[in-house]
Design a binder for this molecule. Structure first.
Ligand SMILES: [Fe+2]
Ligand SMILES: [Fe+2]
Length: 177
């Protein structure tokens, strides 16, 4: 049986989430090299979150008896001029993913796929949070100008306390990392 439109989009989304994970790894390493350990730690953690998103979509395919395929990924940017460039790219990526997740939810609804529609609800909520937190970070970076210590301080104070796992998060194939 061929995939529904929703399942085809979900397979594409697994690639987007793995690409996001790899992109955040590149960002974290760049920041680490620039001696910005707090910001680097934030993006190392984001990279794992994106990997969890991909693997929870894989779990959904396993649970619905649809054979998952682990895809290759798109190209990753490694050259950045400034910290602002980095955060701008991250915000652009999150906005793109929000559009993709919205399309997935709409498609599930249009196809009368209630399970798929319900599965996407958590991701919609997650995208609201990720776009909001990345826009805040961009504002802070722009305001800090050349004073990178301000940014490090903000990340350490405001962004590093997200350790607890959201109990409503969907299960992750192989376990959450
Ligand atoms: Fe994601
Ligand atoms: Fe994200």
């Amino acid at each position: 049986m061929s995939d529904s439109k929703f399942l085809a989009l979900l397979r594409d989304q697994i690639r987007s989430e793995f690409t996001a994970s790899q992109q955040y790894t590149a960002v974290a390493v760049w920041l680490d090299d620039e001696d910005l350990p707090q910001l680097a730690a934030h993006f190392y953690a984001q990279a794992l979150e994106e990997r969890n998103h991909a693997m929870s979509m894989v779990q959904y395919l396993l649970d619905t008896d649809t054979r998952p395929v682990i895809p290759g990924i798109d190209a990753v940017v490694n050259d950045f001029g400034t910290v602002e460039d980095v955060v701008r790219l991250a915000l652009k990526q999150e906005k793109q993913v929000t559009e993709q997740i919205t399309t997935l939810a709409r498609t599930a609804r249009d196809e009368g796929d209630y399970l798929g529609e319900q599965f996407m609800q958590w991701f919609l909520k997650e995208q609201v949070e990720e776009v909001a937190s990345m826009s805040t970070l961009l504002t802070v970076v722009q305001r800090a100008g050349d004073n990178l210590f301000h940014i490090e301080d903000f990340v350490a104070r405001e962004l590093s306390k997200g350790g607890a796992t959201d109990p409503s998060a969907p299960p992750v194939a192989g376990g959450r990392v």
